[in-house]
Design a protein around this ligand. Structure first.
Ligand SMILES: [Fe+2]
Length: 179
């Protein structure tokens, strides 16, 4: 059975209205697995030839959640960052994501200063998803390139988020979308 973006978003709305956010996030991560590998979804929203780095494919005007697709080039590695107060779900349609979650060591009281340590690194392969609560520090690496779907609780460009430079023990607030 094919699973379209429209059907998934309708299910997502229902789940987000019915369940507490932590349970909803887990349920969305589970249901997204079916969409990621749907041939119709892939051919409609990803493009081998002219894949834009990132594209919004659905914005929910009622609940505010967003669905984006990312075409990551081989070797693409992003800096550690958080998504502020938004939750997020990542899923892979092609290739794989090497995800690292980081743990903050300092208390955040010194401006622009942060000590973070890698906590765990794991691989998201095709058809796999992972859900993240607010303020989780993470970075992604795509050694072989990947097609990724990312769902966020709101438009990240609208909220303050943090980007870290661990080797310099620096943190900066930023307002543009990062992978
Ligand atoms: Fe992210």
């Amino acid at each position: 059975m094919s699973y379209s973006l429209e059907t998934w978003c309708g299910d997502a709305k229902r789940i987000l209205k019915e369940k507490p956010v932590n349970e909803a996030r887990a349920a969305l991560a589970e249901s997204l697995k079916g969409l990621l590998v749907d041939p119709g979804f892939i051919s409609t929203h990803f493009d081998e030839q002219k894949g834009e780095p990132q594209k919004i494919i659905y914005r929910d005007t009622e609940l505010g959640f967003l669905v984006m697709v990312h075409h990551h080039k081989p070797g693409r590695k992003g800096p550690p960052h958080d998504h502020g107060d938004s939750w997020a779900i990542y899923g892979v349609s092609k290739g794989y994501t090497e995800m690292t979650e980081w743990r903050r060591q300092d208390d955040g009281s010194k401006p622009d200063y942060a000590e973070i340590q890698p906590d765990r690194t794991y691989r998201l392969d095709v058809g796999m998803t992972a859900a993240y609560g607010p303020k989780v520090i993470h970075n992604t690496h795509h050694p072989e390139g990947a097609w990724v779907v990312r769902v966020t609780g709101c438009d990240l460009d609208a909220i303050p988020r943090l980007r870290f430079t661990p080797e310099r023990k620096e943190v900066k607030e930023f307002g543009r979308a990062a992978a």
